[in-house]
Each structure stands twice: as C-alpha cells, then as structure tokens.
Design a binder for this molecule. Structure first.
Ligand code: DQA
Length: 159
C-alpha cells in the first residue's frame, strides 16, 4: 500500500485549457467522456492501486504553474499532465516541472502526430518519464497504472 506514505497526495492529475469541455468539445477527436467522469474514474482506479489521486484543471497558464509548484509543498510523488495547447508553447510550464523535480507522465488524448504540425512539438516530452498519445481518455488510466508500477506499488511487477 502506498497511500499516506508521504502524508500528502500521491498523484496529481493536471489538465490544461479547454479540457474542461471534454465530452462536448470535438467528440470525434476527444470522445464523449466528460472531465468530471474521467476524474472520478481516475480517483477510483487510484483507490484500487492504493494511490491518493488529486485532480486539477485550469484554463490559465499561470494557474497551472502555481498548481505544479504547490504539488511539491504537498509531497506529491508523481504528476500526470495534459497541458492541452500549452504543451506546444509553454516554457513556463516546462520550467515549473524542472523546478519542482516531480516525475511526470505526459498524456494526450488524440494522436498529436497525426494532426497539424504545430502539435508535433512538445516542450514537456524531453523531461517526461513517459508520453502517452492517441489512446483516448484511456491514456490517463494507462498513465496511472504506469505510475503505480514506477512507484513500486499495486500493479507493479514486483508487487
Ligand atoms: C491535446 C492535444 C493538444 O494539441 C490540444 O491543444 C489539446 C488536447 C490532447 O489531449 O490530445 O487541447 O493535448
């Protein structure tokens, strides 16, 4: 069991701009699952894995930077991030990850490499511990299972 080992949250799931519109936004690309349903299924999966999962979404770059910084003070052990369009532009978010030194998995619902060229570049991928693209919202669950494996808990080959 990993829960409570640090006295803080184990995993923070951060979603960036427009992901609050999941379920209604371009469902052909992003699917029909709402953000609320996605977040609650991740918290449920976290419970099965023995991980405390906290979720956060914001449309503003600075708020995302603040939340990533705050994660360090809360003893967060891993971050799963879909920074939305800021993935392709935000030095500030990349710097926040470098500053807090919390390992992170980058997730994109769509296959960004099959889309416009400006989506092919990510400022976050070089320092990510893994990148999952094109698996739909299931990518977040894959990321969470991977985090459990990396943290050596339930779901781990050693467990
Ligand atoms: C996205 C891909 C980005 O290019 C886009 O700006 C998003 C969502 C994805 O999950 O596929 O907002 O990160």
């Amino acid at each position: 069991m990993l829960r409570g080992e640090t006295g803080g949250m184990d995993v923070l799931v951060v979603n960036g701009p427009n992901l609050n519109l999941l379920g209604t936004r371009n469902p052909g690309v992003y699917g029909h699952t709402t953000l609320a349903d996605l977040e609650s299924s991740l918290r449920d999966r976290g419970r099965e894995l023995g991980l405390d999962v906290t979720t956060y979404q914001h449309n503003h770059e600075g708020a995302l930077v603040d939340r990533i910084q705050e994660a360090r003070t809360q003893g967060c052990r891993y971050i799963i991030v879909n920074a939305g369009a800021y993935t392709h532009t935000s030095v500030a978010i990349a710097d926040a990850f470098e500053a807090v030194q919390i390992p992170y998995v980058e997730v994109h619902i769509s296959n960004v490499y099959a889309r416009e060229e400006f989506r092919h570049r990510s400022l976050l991928s070089a320092n990510a511990s893994a990148v999952i693209v094109g698996a739909g919202v299931y990518g977040y669950r894959l990321a969470l299972d991977l985090v459990a494996e990396r943290l050596g808990g339930a779901g781990s080959a050693d467990a």
